[in-house]
Design a protein around this ligand. Structure first.
Ligand code: ADP
Ligand code: MG
Length: 678
């Protein structure tokens, strides 16, 4: 008999090949499949007549097959079938391409449901390549799944149906009965059935609410437990120190927002409970200075600071900035990244272990077991959205027993309010809502490819004036595996150096280069030896070269809005006026037009959400919460608060989830904490 953990190949029609396709979707077991939720539904509850069908929008039409043409070969590899259907009042001509099997399965005089876009003239409606469904009066909604090539929604639906009838263990509900009753939630089996095959909108809403509740409830339990763990520990005790010497280390005046954030942090650092604070501020708002102030304070108190950055480039850059900043002081700064030579690594680790090193900046390499601190007092993670919750915690575990370090996380990614509440429910928040003085907004323009040469001329004039520029090329999605995209970036650099920018110093930067090579290119760009940097999105995060004033982004339509905003944040960092030029054939794209209109990261994020619409995953994966499967309902703030209350209630009576009725919850929670770093 099959259980939820039975391999997917147990199902009819799932052989090795289909199992491999499923693996690509992260589905290995029957349980995984049941939690592979539809992203949408085709609504068959109100099929349209042919005459009333909306033009060029997908809709369902119930119609009878009147006649079928024979196969017409258009050219090699392309064949066409025409099928005439009628709804009793009007006819419609349906065209199928390369669909021999589908068409031969259609029987004349039988009625089917056709789902597609209606086009053609009023008297002669047409539809091309519709989805075809048996005319089943019980069929109200048909699930549409996120797909991979070779798997159709129909195949997945058939497998899910079988899984629902086969799988044992569906009746076991991880939600305790008390919680289910209190919040009026349906059982798990009912919810799973309805999320895949809802009878109507109401059943769907009920199922979603129940599954959403379960996910958020689990998450809140996990967060509740980690918070408890950190608050049991004592903080590294610190005392106020005079900060004036620090403020004299750099030539500018801090913004009010920076001062406020620093004072929030220093208050926490002097407290008995470890600091757990999120510093959120748009790109360029000066988060690094807040981090530096906290580190200074920590070191003056005799403790060490560790700062973790998501990329090697960023770690190196922070290291250089901080080495310079603290050059005239007693404070020593070290670097630890995966690509350093083993002797250099060993040396840094030794200096950390015996306390000679006050501050270490690095990548994930900091998480290795061999990294041991003498007196770790403060952990900072930069661009937090790149890290999972668990990585943040792993670094914090590095303090010696009984003393939990203070934690500061920094992020430029503006997060919708509901989401921030879920992810950072256990964090305090400081916001940098003010840009350093003299900063000018980046002027952003959208141009179509034929105008590119003129844009190059514009860039040359800025290079001639002693400024620097970036040209960003996209990698095709899943970039690291996409040689073509990479080549195009490399080729682009060579072509530009040869043609439009011959005579200028052009450098190239991409993720596949060796670390030492990347570092050399970055250093050369920072020192001004290189004038133009052609790069992939590796510069997206945090790179800071104030003399760079122009950025041109090729194929801008391939980027997300927030990503474009991050990229654009690489310019406009100095005093000179800065420009961002988006090149795209889609000059009427509302997304691209939106980003030209505002420089405010929060507005960009809002716009992004609005345009992507609900049902999108709100970038949850980015936030290290890959388990949120139906997170599209995050707008439901009330549910978020309810699950939080329910979780607190359960943890009050059973803090370690040891009661038998909480066994499933405990298992899930542990899993969640383990995988949160994905
Ligand atoms: P982000 O918040 O994106 O991490 P950074 O900390 O990298 O921003 O700061 C961006 C740039 O602004 C850096 O060159 C930094 O030295 C400079 N900067 C930071 N604070 C101020 C300030 N108060 N006045 C002027 N320049 C500042
Ligand atoms: Mg930064």
């Amino acid at each position: 008999m099959a259980t939820l953990s039975t391999n997917i190949q147990y199902l009819k029609g799932v052989g090795e090949k289909r199992a491999r396709l499923y693996a690509r979707l992260g589905v290995a077991t029957i349980g995984d499949l049941l939690e592979y939720y539809p992203r949408d539904y085709i609504d068959f509850s109100h099929p349209s007549s042919i005459i009333a069908a909306p033009y060029d929008r997908p809709c369902a039409i119930r119609a009878r097959v009147a006649s079928k043409s024979s196969e017409q070969r258009i050219r090699k590899g392309l064949s066409l079938f025409k099928v005439l259907v009628t709804d009793g009042q009007n006819d419609m001509l349906i065209t199928f391409f390369n669909a021999k099997y589908t068409v031969s399965a259609l029987k004349e005089e039988e009625t089917y449901l056709f789902y597609g876009r209606v086009a053609g003239r009023i008297g002669r409606r047409e539809m091309a390549s519709p989805l075809v469904f048996q005319d089943d009066p019980d069929l109200a909604f048909s699930p549409v799944y996120p797909l991979t090539e070779g798997l159709s929604s129909k195949m997945i639906a058939a497998n899910v149906r079988q899984a629902l009838t086969l799988a044992e263990g569906l009746e076991q509900d991880p939600l305790p009965t008390a919680v289910r009753t209190a919040y009026e939630l349906c059982g798990r089996r009912e919810a799973l059935e309805s999320i895949h095959f809802p009878a109507d909108q109401k059943a769907l809403a009920k199922a979603r609410r129940r599954l959403m509740f379960e996910e958020l409830f689990q998450l809140n339990l996990a967060l509740g437990q980690t918070k408890r763990a950190s608050q049991k520990e004592a903080a590294a005790p610190m005392k106020p120190v005079v900060m004036n010497d620090f403020y004299h280390l750099f030539p500018f005046e801090l913004t009010k927002a920076q001062k406020r954030a620093i004072s929030d942090c220093l208050d926490n650092l002097c407290g008995t409970v470890p600091m757990n604070r999120l510093l959120q501020g748009d790109v360029g708002s000066g988060k690094t200075m807040v981090a530096a102030a906290c580190s200074y304070f920590t070191v003056q108190n005799g403790y060490q600071t560790a700062m973790m950055a998501p990329t090697e480039i960023l770690a190196v850059q922070h290291y250089q900035t901080w080495s310079k900043l603290f050059a005239g002081t007693e404070i020593s700064v070290g670097l630890l990244t995966g690509s350093m030579g083993s002797a250099a690594k060993r040396e840094v680790k030794a200096r950390l272990a015996d306390g000679r090193l006050s501050i270490v900046i690095g990548t994930h390499a900091l998480l290795q077991d061999s990294v041991v601190f003498d007196r770790l007092g403060l952990v900072i993670t930069d661009e937090q959205h790149r890290f999972g919750v668990s990585q943040r915690m792993a670094l914090a575990q590095k303090a010696q027993a009984g003393q939990y370090p203070h934690v500061l996380v920094m992020s430029a990614t503006p997060i919708p309010r509901t989401l921030a509440f879920i992810i950072y429910g256990d964090l305090d928040l400081s916001i940098l809502d003010e840009m350093p003085k003299g900063r000018q907004p980046v002027k952003t323009y959208l141009i179509d490819p034929p105008k590119r040469e003129r844009a190059y001329g514009f860039i040359r004039r800025h290079l001639d004036a002693g400024e620097q520029a970036y040209i960003v090329c996209p990698l095709v999605e899943q970039g690291e595996n996409s040689p073509e995209g990479l080549e195009s970036a490399v080729e682009e650099a060579e072509r530009l150096a040869r043609e439009s920018f011959s005579g200028y110093a052009v450098g190239m930067l991409h993720g596949r280069m060796k670390a030492a090579e990347k570092e050399r290119v970055m250093t050369d760009f920072q020192s001004g030896k290189l004038q133009l940097l052609v790069s992939t999105t590796v510069i997206e995060v945090g790179v800071d070269v104030p003399n760079a004033t122009v950025m041109l982004i090729q194929n801008a339509e391939r980027f997300g809005l927030s990503q474009l905003h991050q990229l654009r944040g690489r310019v406009g960092r100095g005093k000179a006026e800065s420009f961002c030029i988006l090149v795209s054939a889609q000059t009427d794209s509302p997304r691209l037009q939106a980003i030209c209109k505002t420089n405010d990261g929060f507005q960009v994020a809002e716009e992004d959400l609005k345009l992507r619409g609900p049902g999108d995953f709100f970038g949850l994966r980015q936030h290290g919460l890959p388990m949120m499967k139906i997170a599209g309902l995050l707008e439901d703030m009330e549910l978020v608060e309810k699950t939080r209350a329910a979780a607190i209630e359960v943890l009050k009576t059973d803090p370690d989830l040891l009661l038998p009725e909480h066994a499933a919850l405990r298992e899930h929670t542990n899993q969640m904490l383990e995988t949160a770093g994905a």
